[in-house]
Structures are given as C-alpha cells and as structure tokens.
Design a protein around this ligand. Structure first.
Ligand code: GCO
Ligand code: MG
Length: 435
C-alpha cells in the first residue's frame, strides 16, 4: 500500500499560494518620542502588512522574540493562512500566554489581516463584517494636579470634540500621581492646560521614576473630585476613571459605591489583574460599571469574569491580546453576556495597534468605547495613519488594509532609547505597591 502524505500545512488553494507567500519579515524598532516595535511582512507580490508588537518598557524583548524565533518561521508561509498561522505560533511554541509571546503573535496576525485586506482592495473592517456604526466613540484623558487644573483640562477636551472623558487628579499630600499630567508636560491651550499625562518623550532614565502612594488619601479625595466635575459639567457627560490596580477588593467596593451618585461610564482596573475572582466581592457591593483587561493576554483571563458577569467592559488592545483574530474571539464571547469593548488606546499602543482596534470596533456588534490619546507629531510622521477623529468619533478610514504606512527614513531619525514606566511605593514606609 502506498503511504499517503497529508499536506504539511492547511493550504488548500495551492495554485494561488506562490504569489501570496511571505517573502520577508522585518522587525522595526523606532522611538519617535516613545519606543515602538513594528513587524513588517511582505509577500512575493510585494504586498506589505504591518503589526504592532510594542510592550511598553520591555520593547526589545518582543523584538528579539519576533526576530530570532518567529520571523524565520514566517518566510515561505502563505500570507492568507491567518488562523492557521495564529494556531501554529500559539500552540507550536508550547509555552503559552504572556505579554511578550502574545504581542509577537498579535503583530503577525495584524500584519496578515492588513495584507489580506489590501489584496481584497478593501479597508480591513469590510473583511470583519462591514460597518456597524457611524464611528467609534472615543474617550480622552483629562487630568490636573488640583481641581482647577482638572476642570480646565475637561473644558479643553470638550473644545476638541470629545464626548466622553476620563478623569484623573492629583491627591492632596502626594507629590505626583501616575495618570496626571505634570505641569512641565502641560501644553498651554485655550483653557490653559494639557491633554495628556504621559507626554512624550517617554520617561528615559537609568531606572524607573519612583512615585508614592496613599490609598486612604485617594479614597477620601476621589468622590470629591467627581462631585465637583458633575457640578460643573452636569449629568450628561460620560465620565471614566482608572484606579490602576491599586486597591484591595473591599477598598474597590467602597470606591464603586461612593462613586455611584456620579454615574460613571466605568471604573477601571480597581484591583490587580492576577486574581480576577476578587471582583465578585466588588460586584456584590456596587453597580458602578467595571472595566478590566489592559494587561490580560488571552481569552482565558476573561472566562470567569464573563461567565459570572463580573465586568462590563473588556480593556484588551489588539496589540497585547494576540491580534485581531484573538480579540475578535474574546469580544464575541463577551457579547453573550452583554459585555462590551473598551479597547486600551494609550500612546504606547502604536498607530498600527490603534488602527487595528478601529477596524474591529467599527464592525463588531458589541462596541462600547475606544480610549484615545493623540500620538505625537513625530509618531504620526513615522506611521502616517489615515484614521480620523471628528466630533468625538474615531473612524478607521477607507484605505485598503489598516490604512497605515511606515516611513523608514523618518523612523531612522528616531533611534531606540531605553525608557521605563514608573514604579509605585507607599508613602508611609516605602513598600512597593501595585500601580
Ligand atoms: C490606560 C493605562 C495606561 C497604561 C500604560 C502602560 O488606561 O491608558 O492604564 O496609562 O498604564 O499604557 O503601558
Ligand atoms: Mg488603564
């Protein structure tokens, strides 16, 4: 009997494959104000796909993972085999999950979707089911060291067209708080203050900046801040807040309860990401909507949160959750429980990652809101995004693929330079604390 040899890969349309094979896989590292890692795939026919693999503060680890282990596997593969390539990289590595692995897989997956959409001659969202809404509601970041600065910052955002605003403030007694723009970073606009807290350049120093923290002072202050913001801007404006993993379950429950009169759109990351079952305790005590997931990597991280309906919004970005394929799967799963998207969109998610989120967001049935912090001029010059922000809504644009093109010359003028996120210590005694 003649032995049969099954095909090595799930390639069915053999005749088309030659031209759609991946010819090169390049890992691009640039620092136009902050560091970005981008994967660029090119097919034999010269179609280019881009994917974001930026892990803030640990960028070169993903660059190495991609360059040393993944890129050699991609050359020669069929660029159309998006799902098979995802499974090949995920299952094939044996080692599962984790931010570096999943950012690397995300970059490959995003680049393959970009290629497929360019080959189809369509903006990517058309391949994801087409347009479901006029635009993606965005939220901006208002912040201030004190109340006056904060209220000015909210006004500046309203002037820019934002229809939903995240509120972060300094806490009396603490020198600086992550998420609040320091005065030196403030750009003076019509209303006096800044619109971003992690103003570029990213913090470059030989070691992370050390911030200090006092939970009791924060918990006393936060309700007063929302009281003042509602008094000034009325009940309509959607307001969001990020507790940045700093609370215990019972502290989080108290905060959620005390913020109920101010009708938040969401309260984000109240507790650390690892032990999601503690959100049961929070949920028992408050109806303030909860969002979590910017540091999650896979669908498995969400399982109990979805099935027990412990959250209302999914914070994973395309970049850190394994790409468009994986985030789509997470959001379909979330939809069963009426849980919506609230995709992470800080400036350390590159324009490639943001564009991917917008194509997904415009198409899915359970879009909630999209975080938006404008990238710096230098970043925009490197990535040349074609998405737009008009009247508070983001739109992915009509270019085939993701609508991003990478300018090598501009990128080369901004070489990588190590930068760290800050760390957080208790003001009381200097213990390391979650942040
Ligand atoms: C947010 C986030 C960011 C992250 C940062 C880490 O809600 O936008 O919490 O500020 O801390 O993106 O890289
Ligand atoms: Mg956050």
């Amino acid at each position: 009997m003649t032995a049969t040899h099954p095909p090595k890969r799930a390639e069915t349309e053999q005749s088309d494959i030659a031209s759609t094979r991946i010819d090169s896989a390049e890992v691009l590292v640039t620092s136009p104000g902050r560091n970005f890692v981008t994967l660029r795939l090119r097919t034999r026919d010269g179609v280019i796909g881009l994917g974001d693999a930026t892990v803030n503060g640990r960028e070169l680890a993903v660059a190495s993972y991609l360059r040393d282990y993944v890129a050699p596997l991609l050359v020669g593969r069929d660029a159309h085999a998006v799902e098979d390539t995802w499974q090949y990289l995920y299952r094939g590595a044996y080692w599962r999950r984790g931010p570096i692995t999943m950012a690397a897989i995300a970059a490959v997956d995003t680049a393959l979707w970009d290629i497929k959409a360019k080959m189809a001659g369509m903006p990517l969202y058309q391949l994801l089911g087409g347009r479901s809404r006029r635009g993606c509601l965005a939220y901006g970041h208002a912040s201030g060291n004190d109340l006056d600065e904060l209220l000015d910052s909210v006004r500046a955002h309203l002037d820019e067209g934002y229809r939903a605003i995240r509120i972060q403030t300094g806490v009396p007694g603490l020198e600086s708080v992550y998420g609040v723009a320091s005065s030196s970073n403030a750009h003076v606009g019509r209303h006096g203050t800044t619109s971003r807290y992690d103003h570029e350049p990213a913090r470059r120093s030989s070691a992370p900046v050390e911030e200090s923290w006092d939970t009791r002072a924060y918990l006393r202050h936060a309700p007063k801040v929302f009281d003042a913001v509602r008094a000034e801007f009325g009940p309509e404006l959607p307001l969001l807040h990020d507790a940045h993993h700093r609370l215990t379950p019972i502290q989080a429950a108290r905060l959620g309860k005390e913020l109920e009169p101010y009708d938040l759109f969401w309260l984000e990351d109240v507790t650390p990401a690892e032990n999601t079952s503690v959100l049961r305790r929070v949920r028992e005590h408050t109806t303030t909507p909860l969002a979590i997931g910017e540091v999650f990597n896979t669908i498995w991280d969400y399982r109990e949160l979805f099935e027990e309906q412990l959250i209302d919004y999914v914070r994973s970005p395309v970049t850190h959750a394994g790409g468009i394929t994986a985030l789509r799967r997470i959001l379909d799963y979330a939809a069963i429980y009426q849980i919506k998207s609230g995709v992470h969109g800080p400036t350390d998610v590159s324009p490639v990652g943001l564009a991917a989120a917008l194509h997904l967001g415009i198409a899915i049935p359970n879009f909630g809101i999209q975080e938006y912090m404008k990238h710096s001029t230098e970043t925009v010059e490197v990535f040349q995004p074609t998405y737009s922000f008009v009247d508070g809504l983001l739109d992915p644009g009509a270019e085939p693929g993701l609508g991003i093109s990478y300018d090598d010359d501009v990128a080369a003028a901004h070489p990588y330079s190590r930068a760290y996120l800050p760390v957080n210590r208790l003001q009381l005694d200097g213990s390391m604390h979650d942040w």
